[in-house]
Design a protein around this ligand. Structure first.
Ligand SMILES: [Zn+2]
Length: 75
């Protein structure tokens, strides 16, 4: 009886540990501070991958529209 509970408890524990470690690994992959370098769009305050960003006036933007809108504000 007790042994059954011990085995079940151990299985549940192992499952939780495996689940937690896989979640942790996934989380570090999507961390914007790691891996591919991200740049901040100063207009809409969103992060964009540097290789996909639109560059204008020393700033990086998510789109040409944001670059134009930002430039219009800097009078
Ligand atoms: Zn933007």
């Amino acid at each position: 009886m007790i042994l059954k509970f011990l085995i079940l408890g151990l299985l549940v524990y192992l499952f939780i540990v495996l689940l937690y470690s896989s979640l942790k690994r996934k989380g570090s992959n999507t961390d914007p501070s790691q891996g591919e370098s991200m740049v901040l769009d100063p207009h809409c305050k969103s992060y964009v991958p540097k290789n996909e960003a639109y560059r204008s006036g020393g700033h990086y933007f998510c789109s040409e529209e944001c670059a134009r809108a930002y430039a219009a504000q800097q009078v």
